[in-house]
Design a protein around this ligand. Structure first.
Ligand SMILES: NC(=O)c1ccc[n+]([C@@H]2O[C@H](COP(=O)([O-])OP(=O)(O)OC[C@H]3O[C@@H](n4cnc5c(N)ncnc54)[C@H](O)[C@@H]3O)[C@@H](O)[C@H]2O)c1
Length: 346
């Protein structure tokens, strides 16, 4: 089968995309784009990619690409996705999908118009552990899931303090749109993406604002946000995210699901990026704990999955439509936080 020609835009986390594509025999990374010339040269040299572009649009015009990864600051996700669809490419876009649900809708309609795929890099799903948990939930082990709590907090961990992550005009929001999206997607995916109905949210900028003032840095997003979501099926979910909070852990991630037959937790170990998972059951009056130990299969990551699905003409996971539900929740949490009232999602 002919190899798919891949281009990657934005070479921070975009380097993880390159590695992901290189792991697939059906893909070749033929071109890279980054506005930062030094980074472009360094990364292109490292991965031995010959075609290098300062302008992503020029790359899209000239390279006849089949697949494009977008891994730039959030503000550029939508315009670059629209340009990529126009150039006839399938798009794998970094999370968050966009700056707002309205932008996300435009991306989905452009993908439909072009007849090309749109996938969002909700990378937390693409691990053996998450996949095993999903299989247990699908087998009905938890029964009816009626509550979830999904969080990612940092004691002090503002990415690139003073840079684009902390600027609303470039990022759209703070830790909720950055970290919260991962934990939200994980919980929603495990719950089979129930339709949200009502949202209540709060957002604060207490610790980072003081730090930014002291250090003369730009920072106009929240440093902590929380949301409570009520779904149409009666279930509810609580999401929390922060980059600066007075907690014990350097980094704390946890997703819990509460079901009629069982409960589930996935949480990080040792304040790092590896995680453990357990399922809690009651059977015939006895209470059992089921601990995840080792993978039963090997997930190869979002990029590998995307290429396989394109080649096999099978549906891919982490669709634009799921990305849009996450964006609708974020919009509603931020709006509720601003207005101080619950927000209804149509
Ligand atoms: N899935 C994950 O786990 C994960 C992890 C980190 C970041 N992200 C997401 O990836 C995106 C990028 O984050 P990052 O940490 O790599 O940021 P970064 O600032 O390290 O890198 C972004 C790169 O994009 C380049 N760039 C900016 N605008 C561009 C444009 N218009 N055309 C071409 N290049 C452009 C910059 O020069 C920079 O090199 C963000 O949306 C972020 O939320 C996802």
């Amino acid at each position: 089968m002919k190899k798919l020609r891949v281009g990657v835009i934005g070479l921070g986390i975009g380097q993880v995309h390159i590695t992901g594509y290189l792991s697939h025999p059906g893909a070749e990374v033929v071109a890279l784009a980054d506005m930062n010339k030094d980074r472009l040269q360094t990364v292109a040299d490292k991965f031995k990619v010959a075609k290098r572009y300062i302008s992503a649009r020029e790359m899209l015009d000239k390279e006849g690409l089949d697949v494009v990864s977008i891994a730039t600051p959030n503000k550029f996700h939508k315009p670059l996705a629209l340009a990529a669809f126009k150039a006839g490419c399938h798009v794998l876009c970094e999370k968050p999908m966009a700056m707002s649900a309205a932008d996300g809708r435009e991306m989905i309609s452009a993908s439909k118009k072009a007849g090309k795929r749109l996938m969002i890099d909700f990378s937390t799903r693409f691990t053996d552990q998450s996949w095993s948990l999903k299989k247990e939930v699908e087998a009905g082990v938890l029964g009816d899931i009626y509550f979830a709590r999904t969080v990612w907090h940092r004691r002090r961990g503002i990415p690139g303090f003073g840079g684009w992550f902390g600027q609303k005009a470039l990022a759209g929001g703070g830790p909720l749109i950055d970290l919260g999206v991962h934990r939200l997607d994980l919980a929603l995916w495990l719950m089979n993406y129930p339709k949200p109905e009502w949202v209540m949210g709060s957002a604060y900028n207490k610790i980072a604002a003081a730090l930014a003032k002291k250090e003369g840095k730009a920072f106009d997003v929240e440093d902590l946000a929380a949301g409570f979501v009520k779904f149409k099926n009666g279930a509810s979910l609580e999401v929390e995210a922060s980059w600066a909070a007075n907690i014990a852990e350097r980094e704390f991630m946890e997703t819990r699901l509460y079901g009629t037959k069982g409960g589930l937790v996935q949480r990080n170990i040792g304040e790092g990026y590896n995680s453990e998972a357990e399922i809690f059951l009651e059977r015939e009056g006895g209470q059992f704990d089921m601990k995840f130990h080792s993978p039963v299969r090997s997930m190869k990551g979002a990029m590998h999955h995307f290429i396989t699905c394109i080649q096999d003409k099978t549906p891919h996971m982490a669709t634009g439509e799921e990305g849009l539900i996450v964006m609708e929740l974020l919009d509603a949490i931020y709006l509720s936080a601003r207005k101080g009232v619950p927000v209804k999602i149509k």
